[in-house]
Design a protein around this ligand. Structure first.
Ligand code: FDA
Length: 391
């Protein structure tokens, strides 16, 4: 075998580290190439430094893909419970924060160290500062040209992720390689990303720093979590989630009163006719937001002087407030990428390219994108394990 390696894994991120470890532990001679000076940089910054490493509610419907069935096979064969067992076997303490999201008690560094220990167990050879320049495929071997020279193997795993957060080493390399091998790429776009506001919505920027629990909807997707106003637009978990479903030109609808019905003000009128929309909102929402929304609704009179019909319309507007985002903060701020290498060109069982035997694609490079909350790492682990078992 050229260079004595059975498989070369490109990219030592979440998926690449896991795949290399599992393949190595199966007895394969694995070379893991990483362009940065250290492996797992995104893991280190993930989950605010504590790595939200999985989600106990993992299910295929929490992923976006042109083929919603594609992720089922890998996710079923490597579950959050499997990853928790690995974490516990390494003595890493963890906790559930909210909505099934599991974090390290200590630091994300523990997850990187765990994956490196698993790689060491499989005698994986890891080379950092080895940015890949080109790949050739001839006579059943893949030859990879790096800054440090050429290496070859009969199998190649593409685990170089997506283009989100270039300053962490992210590149579009996976898509370039896919096109070279004539694999289709579903148009990539930034996801789990803050949305920017323009036009009339720009007035909301004055609320920068205000957060409140809402239901944010983009298309049919609805997320009940916190929304945060920023100096450029909207952020916070509810907005990041909705952003993955948002396309330019779409609106985002926000329910500012998720606990109430549209009749909230009519009910309040019965309790206190001297109250106003502003005074009721101040009890439900952060004060600056309550004032801004009440001003925009423009109903300053007391309830006693306001018709029920107007109160109902105000309630409906607050439950269906429409924003017209003019864009996103782009790949520089996006946690992940929606789109990527088309699942139609890959086996869902082995992640191998149907038309290029020996070439596998895993992790974020594939057109499978999870919700916020540990789902993306679970896909990275599961796709890596499915691939490694088939090498
Ligand atoms: P990943 O990006 O991890 O790894 C790809 C590797 O390939 C990198 O090491 C890169 O340097 C390398 N590479 C790229 N091009 C190369 C080239 N040409 N040559 C050599 N090497 C190359 N998800 C989650 O589930 N829970 C969380 O808490 C978070 N938190 C989070 C925070 C932030 C700030 C971001 C940006 C993202 C998250 N995510 C997350 C998403 C998660 O980080 C992401 O889904 C996984 O890291 C994807 O794993 P991959 O291994 O596919 O790519």
């Amino acid at each position: 075998m050229a260079d004595g390696h059975d498989v070369i894994v490109l990219g030592a991120g979440a998926a690449g580290l896991m795949c290399a470890a599992r393949a190595g532990q199966r007895g394969l001679r694995v070379l893991l190439l990483e362009g940065c000076d250290q492996p797992g940089k995104k893991i280190l910054i993930s989950g605010g430094g504590r790595c939200n490493f999985t989600n106990v509610h993992t299910a295929p419907d929490r992923y976006l893909s042109a083929n919603p069935h594609f992720a089922k096979s890998a996710l079923a064969r490597y579950t959050p419970r499997d990853f928790i067992q690995l974490v516990e076997a390494h003595g890493i303490a963890w906790h559930e924060k909210t909505l099934g999201q599991l974090f390290c008690d200590g630091s994300a560094r523990q997850i990187v160290d765990m994956l490196l220990a698993e790689c060491a167990k499989g005698n994986v050879e890891l080379r950092c500062d080895a940015a890949i320049r080109a790949v050739r495929h001839a006579d059943g071997a893949f030859t990879v040209e790096t800054v440090g020279g050429e290496v070859s193997a009969p199998k190649l795993v593409l685990a170089t992720g997506g283009p989100s957060i270039p300053k962490m080493g992210a590149t579009s390399f996976a898509y370039d390689l896919a096109r070279q091998f004539r694999l289709k790429v579903v148009q990539p776009r930034p996801a789990l990303v803050p949305l920017t506001l323009g036009g009339d919505d720009v007035l909301f920027r004055e609320l920068s720093g205000v957060a409140t629990e809402v239901v944010a909807s983009a298309g049919k997707a609805r997320f009940r979590e916190a929304a945060l106003f920023t100096h450029r637009g909207l952020s916070g978990p509810a907005i990041l989630q909705a952003s993955s479903y948002w396309q330019p030109g779409d609106t985002v609808m926000i329910d500012f009163l998720p606990e109430c019905t549209p009749d909230r003000f009519i009910e309040a009128k019965a309790e206190n006719p001297r109250a106003t929309i502003r005074s009721v909102l101040s009890a439900e929402l952060p004060d600056r937001l309550a004032v801004a929304l009440a001003d925009r609704i423009g109903e300053p009179k007391t309830f006693a002087d306001t018709k029920d019909k107007a109160l109902r319309m105000a309630g409906e507007r607050l439950k269906r407030w429409i924003f017209h985002p003019n864009g996103t903060e782009g790949f520089a701020k996006a946690e992940v990428t929606v789109g990527g290498i088309a699942t139609a060109d890959l086996s869902s069982k082995t992640l191998e390219a149907k038309t290029v035997p020996g070439l596998h694609v895993i992790g974020e490079a594939v057109d499978v994108t999870g919700w916020l909350g540990g789902y993306n790492f679970q896909w990275a682990w599961a796709s890596a394990v499915a691939c490694a078992a088939s090498l």
